[in-house]
Design a binder for this molecule. Structure first.
Ligand code: GRG
Length: 304
């Protein structure tokens, strides 16, 4: 018997949903970039783009579009673009001038395989192509919505988003007195902005109203911050095999993280509180929000 206390996310088969969505995203990404002359740069772009990963951003984009009544086809080019931008940010983040990492997604980082020069250009290539891909491949969506998506995404990746967050992160390196406010600024921009854009852009493509966009934006900001808190926790508690990248890096680099400021238990509590708030942001959508509700739960329960 189904208890009336059970939220809709309990009945939803998230494992199956994630597997199915991941598969359609993998197929679309595989077909998105052809290898032509000069082959080296396309190989480098595809190396990181097709290296796996949870594909959370494209899945959020597709789920948000579906929630509003749009089709997967309408949102797929934008969903792929989210993953292209996410991947380029990982390539650049791993560079010696940034976090200097050797492993990502269980494989050698892009610069370890192709060299720093090509890795920088592979990131640039993915970033530019993401916008081209949305503009040229989106079908069955009014042009005005596509324009809104391009503008929102541009803002999310630039100095007002990822780039700004990364700059403050670099400035804080080695500082012993980073406040929770500064840490939250970093992660709302560095991690949260693209997660929010993924949800909001999917909803825009599906034809969401302004109040719907507002609810979804708040949902995404809440899961975005929770995602980063969990990321900080996993850096301490998970193994390199589970993470696919070097574990324990934050401690080694003496980086300010949520566990370093709050401890592990309080960090877990705060992450759960954000997930509860995110789920409350979806109340007005009713049972149709089951995928996004379950994805919120997944963010705190994930092991990598
Ligand atoms: C965007 C122009 C531009 C430049 C990039 C380097 C940089 C500026 C920003 C850093 C952004 C960054 C790497 C944030 C961390 C986000 C994060 C928590 C990544 C891990 O995401 P997962 O767990 O990874 O979804 P997978 O591999 O599963 O996709």
């Amino acid at each position: 018997m189904v208890s009336t206390n059970n939220p809709p996310s309990v009945a939803f088969n998230l494992k199956q949903y994630l597997e199915e969505q991941k598969q359609v995203v993998e197929t679309a990404l595989e077909e998105a970039i052809a290898v032509v002359y000069p082959e080296k740069i396309y190989d480098a772009m595809r190396y990181s783009l097709l290296a796996g990963g949870k594909r959370l951003r494209p899945i959020l984009c597709l789920s948000a579009c579906n929630l509003i009544g749009g089709t997967t086809t309408m949102a797929m080019p934008s969903a792929c673009a989210m993953e292209m931008i996410h991947t380029m940010s990982l390539i650049h983040d791993d560079l010696p001038a940034m976090d200097n990492d050797d492993y990502r997604r269980g494989k050698l980082t892009n610069h370890k395989v192709y060299g720093e020069d090509i890795a920088i250009l592979a990131g640039d290539g993915l970033l530019a192509y993401a916008f081209e891909f949305i503009a040229t491949q989106t079908q069955g969506v009014p042009a005005e919505r596509v324009l809104q998506v391009i503008a929102r995404l541009g803002r999310a990746v630039g100095a007002a988003g990822l780039v700004g967050g990364q700059v403050v992160d670099l400035e804080c390196e080695g500082k012993p007195d980073v406040s929770v406010e500064t840490l939250t600024f970093i992660h709302r921009h560095k991690t949260g902005a693209l997660l929010e854009a993924s949800v909001v852009c999917g909803a825009i493509l599906g034809g969401a109203s302004d109040p719907q966009l507002q609810c979804l934006s708040e949902y995404a900001q809440n899961i975005g911050l929770a995602f980063q808190i969990v990321d900080d926790i996993l850096d301490i508690t998970a193994t390199q095999e589970e993470l696919g990248k070097t574990a324990g890096k934050d401690l080694l680099a003496q980086k300010a993280t949520y566990p370093s400021l709050w401890g592990l238990d309080e960090s877990r509590r705060q992450a759960q509180q954000l997930i509860d708030a995110a789920k409350a942001n979806l109340t007005s959508f009713g049972p149709a929000a089951a995928p996004l509700l379950s994805l919120a739960d997944y963010i705190v329960s994930r092991s990598n």
